[in-house]
Structure formats: structure tokens, C-alpha cells
Design a binder for this molecule. Structure first.
Ligand SMILES: C=C(O[C@@H]1C=C(C(=O)O)C=C[C@H]1O)C(=O)O
Length: 384
């Protein structure tokens, strides 16, 4: 199957979604809208794609949350097409000639100058206020581009980034794009898979340094504490929804290009009559994206982050009428509307955190989207 035609089709329709697993075994293209919602619907008689807003703060457009039942779906499994080729050909016939697009250059950038100072205030608060244990604090970077982004260019550039999920959601001029390492939940029959991803250190320049940094992360009391908050909370939240949970007693390392994380995969068997929506609703936001206790952390985020998060750090994915589905969290992400982009990065802050290190960590977490923009500005000819 010529993927470039499918990618072009994403630009030809008003509403679309793209979802690819980190092992690249499963790729989905969803085109056109049969129905739309701003909140995750309870059920579907086919398939629904979408993303929730982080905590329902006032937002416009897709950042309020956007869900749709597609008109047409293309599935690839291990690069093999599962959909009928004639149906695809018929649908692709609607492709209008695409206008030649310009490679988008970054023409303006602005960051939150006082973020590190606000993190320090948060650290001070965490050391005196025992009713707040962890807050995942984020910042945004605004970027003005010289030209609009088109998904037919974005998707192949995004796919160059390895070992992460690739997802995109589009409505009219709006796009949300993520290269996230973090699955929120996958449900297949009655099997549920989730993971705690929290605790971060950079990658080393050479193997020896990388292994040393990995060990440092695995042995770091501060990072293990941050991570345990997430594991314990997931286990607690899933308690009433599952019959059995398998939780390794020690985290592994999950490595991406810029960072490595502590990672605990968690599997279980779903109790009867539990929907994927119930699971997403219970888990989101885990203390990897919100904090602990959840309510207090969300109040803190609302009061001290400068902008609402929209779809950042929120569930993005799909589910079917048979309660199959997969959701990831929209981190290492950006929102684009026309020529304006907003990039997001956050870090879990605890009383033992160092504001300068957290600043550096968020700088690394912006990189996937900055590299994507760099790649697009060279029209796909950059080799990182
Ligand atoms: C919030 C982000 O990442 C989350 C926070 C992490 C941490 O604090 O160590 C690690 C992975 C993610 O769960 C982000 O990338 O923006």
C-alpha cells in the first residue's frame, strides 16, 4: 500500500486521525466524520477516535476535547493492509490535487521565562505542605511558523522517531500531534494493559555513559518515589475494575532518543461489564501527568500553570464497539492552528526536586516536536 496516498488523504478531509503503536505493528488512518462529540462517548456501534481535554478548563476548538466516528477507516497490521483495497481506491478517488506547500520555518518563539522560579515555589510548598506529594508541572512554548503544517509531510517525518507512539488528530485548521512513549491503556478482549512511566534522566552520548545514567536512575530514591506514587495509584484505581493485576516489583528502563524513564508495565483481567471508558476515566490523570493527591495537584496546576493544557497529557486514541481500544497520553506533543504552534513539556515535581534539573528535563521533552519542526523546515531532508 502506498502510504503517501493515505497521508495525502489526511490533508484532503476536514476531520482525520492517525494512530500508530510504538512497535509500528498497528497503524490506523481514520477519515471524515460521521458523528462528532466534545466528550468521550459511552459507546459506539463501530469505532471512535479522539482525545479528552486534560481537566475541562475553558478552551476552544479541539483543545476542549474532540471525538469522532470516522466515515472511512484504513488499518494496517505488520504493514499488511486489513481494509479492502477497492474501498480505499474508491475513497482515494476523492483526492483533490494538493497545492504545493512551502516548508514551514520557525519565525518566532516564546517560552515561559519564569517557569524555573515557579518550580522553586512549588518545591518549597511541597516541603512544607504534606497534603501535596507530587505535582506534574508543565510549560508551553509558542512558535510562529512561516507556513502551515500538512499531515502528508508531518506523518513521514514523525515516523522517523523510533520507539514511541505516533498519533495525530485533525479538525479543519487545527492539529494535535504526539510522539509519546506512554500508553495509558490497551484493552483486548478482557485483557487490560497499562504502565507507569515516571522518573526521568537524560540519555548518554556513548553506551557506557548511557548505561551509567540508567543505573543512576534505577537507584535514585527520589525518582523511585515519584514512580511508586504512580504504580500504587494505578493499582488502587484499577482495583475495582479488574480481577487480577500483575505488577512487577521493580521498574525497568524505557529509553527514548532524548530521555530514559522508569517503567512498570501493569497487566490485568477486566471485571465483567467494565468499559474502556470506565478504565480511562479511573486512570486519567495518573500521578505521572497530574500528581498526588490527584485533586490537590489539579488545583495547583490550574492555579500556577500559565495556560490551560487542552489535550496535552490527556488520553488520545480509539475504541471499538467490542470494547477493544488503545489510549496513550498526549505528551511530547504540540497543538497547531494555522501557523501557530504550542509545544508542551512537564516534569513530576516532589519536595526533593531540583528546579534547574527539572527545567533541563522539560527542555529535553520539547525536543521530539522541535526536531519534527526542524525536519519539516528542511522538507524532510534532515538526518538526526
Ligand atoms: C509530563 C511529561 O512526562 C511525564 C513525566 C515524567 C517524569 O516526571 O519523570 C516522565 C514521563 C511522563 O509520564 C512530559 O513529557 O511532558
Amino acid at each position: 500500500m502506498d502510504r503517501s496516498l493515505l497521508n495525502q488523504m489526511l490533508d484532503n478531509v476536514q476531520v482525520a486521525a492517525f494512530f500508530e503503536t510504538s512497535d509500528k505493528k498497528s497503524t490506523m488512518y481514520a477519515f471524515g466524520q460521521k458523528k462528532i462529540w466534545s466528550k468521550m462517548p459511552d459507546k459506539t456501534d463501530s469505532i471512535v477516535f479522539g482525545a479528552s481535554s486534560f481537566d475541562d478548563q475553558l478552551e476552544a476548538g479541539i483543545m476542549k476535547g474532540f471525538w469522532f466516528e470516522p466515515e472511512f477507516l484504513v488499518l494496517l497490521q505488520d504493514n499488511q493492509l486489513l481494509s479492502s483495497t477497492t474501498a480505499i481506491d474508491d475513497y482515494l478517488m476523492q483526492l483533490s490535487q494538493l497545492k504545493k506547500t512551502q516548508a514551514p520555518q520557525i519565525i518566532d518563539e516564546s517560552a515561559e521565562a519564569d517557569w524555573q522560579a515557579r518550580v522553586q515555589t512549588l518545591i518549597n510548598e511541597l516541603s512544607v505542605n504534606r497534603s501535596l506529594k507530587k505535582v506534574v508541572f508543565s510549560r508551553q512554548q509558542q512558535i510562529t511558523l512561516s507556513a502551515k503544517l500538512v499531515l502528508s509531510k508531518v506523518i513521514p517525518a514523525l515516523q522517523k522517531q523510533q520507539d514511541v507512539y505516533h498519533a495525530a488528530l485533525k479538525r479543519d485548521t487545527e492539529l494535535f500531534i504526539t510522539a509519546t512513549p506512554e500508553r495509558l491503556v490497551k484493552i483486548n478482549d478482557n485483557q487490560v494493559e497499562t504502565a507507569a512511566v515516571a522518573g526521568t534522566i537524560r540519555r548518554g552520548q556513548i553506551d557506557l555513559e548511557d548505561v551509567k545514567l540508567g543505573k543512576e536512575l534505577l537507584n535514585s530514591e527520589k525518582n523511585n518515589q515519584e514512580h511508586r506514587y504512580v504504580v500504587d495509584n494505578i493499582v488502587q484505581q484499577l482495583g475495582s475494575l479488574t480481577n487480577q493485576l500483575h505488577v512487577p516489583n521493580k521498574p525497568f528502563l524505557l529509553k527514548n532518543k532524548q530521555v530514559q524513564h522508569l517503567y512498570t508495565p501493569i497487566q490485568g483481567t477486566l471485571a465483567t461489564n467494565i468499559s474502556i471508558k470506565d478504565v480511562v476515566g479511573k486512570l486519567h490523570p495518573t500521578p505521572a501527568l497530574g500528581g498526588l493527591p490527584r485533586k490537590n495537584a489539579l488545583v495547583y496546576i490550574r492555579n500556577y500553570e500559565l495556560h490551560p493544557r487542552g489535550l496535552f497529557a490527556s488520553p488520545i486514541g480509539y475504541f471499538t464497539k467490542n470494547n477493544f481500544g488503545e489510549f496513550v497520553v498526549g505528551i511530547r506533543s504540540m497543538y497547531v492552528n494555522g501557523r501557530n504552534a504550542r509545544l508542551f513539556a512537564g516534569a513530576g515535581i516532589v519536595a526533593e526536586s531540583d528546579s534547574q534539573q527539572e527545567y533541563y528535563e522539560t527542555t529535553l521533552k520539547f525536543q521530539p516536536m522541535l526536531e519534527l519542526l526542524e525536519e519539516l523546515s528542511n522538507d524532510g531532508h534532515t538526518n538526526f
